[in-house]
Design a protein around this ligand. Structure first.
Ligand code: CP
Length: 348
């Protein structure tokens, strides 16, 4: 089948043009995205954001709830001069009256980029298969790449002593979530240390550890998966996430019993990490489950800066993934169409 040629149709470059997981990007590419974030953040601080998404639209599919991802993409599109469409399965025919393939084809014909938070990899894969515009994974059950960009950027912003990312070790407290997996793979790419600290039953799947270790062999990073909370002692960054996802509420009691109290991020736990260690949390936070309010509000917590940087990241993502396909018309072409349509309108 012939797909429209207006945008990302080169399937060999699929991972370059869609954003499924940070594992698909080189460190250089991730650094470029963060450099763009820094320029856009400066421009926002000066209330002078270039209108780089003017006249463009992002289709935002949300199969699951969201505060940060939804609001940040919507505000980012507005700040850049474009428009965001919030599309829940209740509002569109996704996978119901219409196949995911056809939904993807139609959205591609009307919008410039698709962002999707999906409850299964199959939905995202279906969108990817037929989309002719970039597809951004706004969280599926495997990866959360837009969160990674905000997280790396926030860590870099808060390193004050000249250390590089590769000098740091990050401890993820909890189970093998999409965020945990994404952090492990991203840290491995950057040559960072990564530790998942949690009960054995909830440790990362071996296939993903193998992939992270392959990245580490190139980058000099190191991975440790442990149930020993004391392993937090040489960590520069401590990261929290919910002990259960919305689709796992039937496991909530079992999970809380397995994780609490040992793996809860408290001020006492933070005192065991490296002096000066910073605390991140992807949010939303469940007070008195995976983190205490005291830790979240402490001076070493950068969780709300991290949340704000979701907006910085989304601005960069909208620009980074669409700018190659932007063809600005010449003044002559604009004049030609204005004249033609203007002449027609006079006849009405
Ligand atoms: N961290 C995160 O993705 O937040 P939301 O679920 O609110 O989008």
């Amino acid at each position: 089948m012939k797909l429209p040629s207006s945008s990302a149709t080169d399937l060999n470059k699929k991972n370059m043009e869609h954003m499924v997981s940070m594992k698909d990007f080189s460190v250089e590419e991730m650094d470029r995205m963060m450099e763009l974030m820094s320029y856009l953040k400066e421009a926002r601080q000066d209330n002078a954001i270039p209108q780089l998404f003017k006249g463009k639209s992002v289709a935002m599919i949300f199969e699951a709830g969201s505060t940060r991802t939804r609001v940040s993409f919507e505000v980012a599109a507005t700040l850049l001069g474009g428009h965001a469409l919030f599309l829940s399965p209740k509002d569109i025919h996704l996978g119901g009256k219409e196949s995911i393939d056809d939904t993807s084809r139609v959205l591609s014909r009307m919008c410039d980029i698709i962002m999707a938070r999906t409850n299964s990899p199959e939905t995202l894969d279906g969108l990817l298969k037929m989309s002719t515009v970039p597809v951004i994974n706004g969280l599926d059950t495997r990866f959360h790449p837009t969160q990674m960009l905000a997280d790396l950027f926030t860590i870099k912003e808060h390193i004050t002593d000249g250390r590089a990312l590769s000098d740091l070790t990050l401890a993820f407290m909890g189970d093998a979530t999409d965020v945990c997996r994404s952090l492990m793979l991203t840290c491995a790419k950057y040559g960072m240390g990564f530790k998942q600290i949690g009960p054995k039953k909830y440790h990362m799947e071996q296939a993903w550890i193998d992939l992270a270790e392959a990245f580490c062999a190139e980058s000099g990073g190191h991975i440790e998966i442990t149930d020993d909370v004391d392993q937090i002692r040489d960590c520069d960054v401590v990261y929290g996430d919910s002990f259960y996802w919305v689709t796992q509420t039937d496991e909530k009691a079992e999970r809380l019993a397995a994780f609490m109290p040992d793996y809860v991020i408290t001020e006492e736990l933070m005192a065991k990490a490296k002096p000066g260690a910073m605390l991140l949390h992807c949010l939303p936070a469940n007070d008195q489950e995976e983190i205490t309010r005291g830790a979240l509000e402490s001076e070493y917590s950068v969780a709300f800066d991290e949340a704000e940087n979701r907006l910085t990241a989304q601005m960069a993502i909208l620009v980074y993934f669409t700018h190659k396909h932007t063809h600005l018309p010449s003044a002559d072409v604009v004049k030609k169409h204005e004249a033609k349509i203007g002449d027609f309108l006079k006849t009405l």
